[in-house]
Design a protein around this ligand. Structure first.
Ligand code: AMP
Ligand code: MG
Length: 405
């Protein structure tokens, strides 16, 4: 299924709209950074040679000529044997090659007494030391986090090429489904999946297109599917099993959606199907809320990340230890809901005691999906397992920060 998902092409967006996007071209520096030699300290710009002999016992006195402050007028060139008052971020005067920090000086009127020697370049941020003009800043596939955005902003790069965000249609099926706020007559339930999947898509950075749920009739599922196929990717939910009212497979056939595979050896989530319509990916998730969430996270989200331009789209699990023993029927990979906590330098996962596939409360507070390999039937407390961190992420306060706040 992963090979069918490819980036859709690129678009240019303003840097302020680029958060979370993946760049579709390498980005290079427009100019040196820092763009000019400047002071790293408040103090005095000097020629290192003029203060080479300075020490607390034998300070050097220099007349102060001029001032350089950040954003102020450019300083005059430094005359040998003088100092220039300078502040952090201010341009170095021509001829100065070091800054003496204020703490190592005393000022008397127009003179400064310097108590420490220095050397060329000390406390000077030299032009181009962070970035030299033309250097590679970001590579295709890098994601724009605040740090990356800051780097581009510092380079006055206001527009950036990123991979397009796919539109992902969400089509629920089921006569029983109602939308939020609807009256629930006996037998009806809320279409909770569409709200879950909308949020999961948003978190990834794709555009969800939630469609009205289709009732369980073949013509209505077909019509809804045709509408859904206007998007870049289609995700259907429910109606993909073998029940008499499961019309998704038949609707695929009638609309010309070509079957790829059906059923995966994952628990929960067995009835997932993958298909294509003229090269467009179509995924049929099971209707069961837990199955839909879990299969989306482990199977579909990586495909969408790839489509967004992420060069490493697969889940990146951490290694953890089981808090309790767990017995299971082998044969399928099981994705178990768990609460992970940091204990010392280890992550301990406590499997939720309700692993049934329909129970939404069993997702509350879950911050890890534990991957139990298909061949493991008996797991002992302390066994190592892989876990995908999820939702609220790992909790655990460091004593360093507790003391600071
Ligand atoms: P299905 O896959 O259509 O057989 O549905 C399996 C179970 O999931 C049934 O109990 C459905 O009522 C429930 N279900 C299906 N779709 C949704 C949905 N969109 N939101 C919440 N529950 C659903
Ligand atoms: Mg159904």
């Amino acid at each position: 299924m992963l090979p069918v998902f490819s980036p859709l092409g690129e678009e240019e967006v303003h840097l302020t709209e680029s958060s979370g996007r993946y760049v579709s071209r390498d980005v290079t520096a427009r100019f040196d950074s820092p763009p000019f030699d400047n002071s790293a300290m408040d103090g005095y710009a000097v020629r290192a040679a003029d203060v080479a002999s300075a020490s607390p016992d034998a300070p050097v006195r220099l007349p102060v000529g001029g001032e350089s402050r950040a954003g102020g007028p450019l300083p005059e060139p430094l005359r040998p044997g003088t100092a220039c008052r300078i502040y952090t971020g201010a341009p170095m005067p021509a001829g100065a090659d070091a800054v003496i920090m204020q703490e190592d000086t005393d000022t008397q009127g127009e003179e400064v007494t310097i108590r420490e020697s220095s050397h060329e370049g000390k406390h000077v941020r030299a032009q181009g030391t962070d970035v030299s003009s033309g250097a590679l800043l970001l590579q295709t596939g890098d994601r724009l986090w605040p740090g990356e955005i800051g780097l581009l902003a510092s380079q006055n790069i206001d527009r950036v090429h990123v991979f397009r965000r796919p539109q992902v249609a969400l089509l629920s099926t089921g006569d029983e489904l109602r939308e939020l706020g609807d009256d629930l007559e006996p037998g009806a339930i809320i279409n909770s999946n569409v709200y879950v999947l909308t949020e999961m898509l948003r978190a990834l950075g794709v555009n969800p297109v939630p469609l009205p749920a289709a009732p369980d009739t073949l013509p209505e599922v077909e019509a809804a599917l045709r509408k859904a196929l206007e998007a870049d990717v289609v995700i259907t939910m429910g109606g993909v099993s073998v029940g008499a009212y499961d019309f998704v497979h038949e609707a695929f056939k009638n609309v010309g959606v070509e079957p790829g595979f059906w059923k995966v050896r994952i628990k929960p989530g067995k009835p997932l199907a993958f298909a294509q319509y003229e090269g467009k990916p179509v995924v049929a998730l099971p209707g069961n809320p837990i199955s839909a969430m879990v299969t989306f996270e482990v199977l579909v989200a990586p495909c969408l990340r790839k489509m967004l331009g992420d060069p490493q789209p697969h889940p990146q699990p951490v290694v953890a230890r089981l808090r309790n023993a767990y017995r299971r029927r082998p044969g399928r990979v099981e994705i178990a809901r768990a609460v992970a906590t940091r204990e010392g330098d280890e992550i301990i996962v406590a499997l939720h005691d309700r692993q049934g596939s329909g129970s939404l409360p069993s997702f509350v507070g879950v911050n890890a999906l534990v991957i139990l390999p298909s061949d493991r039937a008996e797991l002992a407390a302390g066994d190592r397992v892989e876990a995908i961190l999820w939702g609220p992420g790992l909790r655990g306060v460091s004593s360093v920060f507790e003391q600071m706040s």
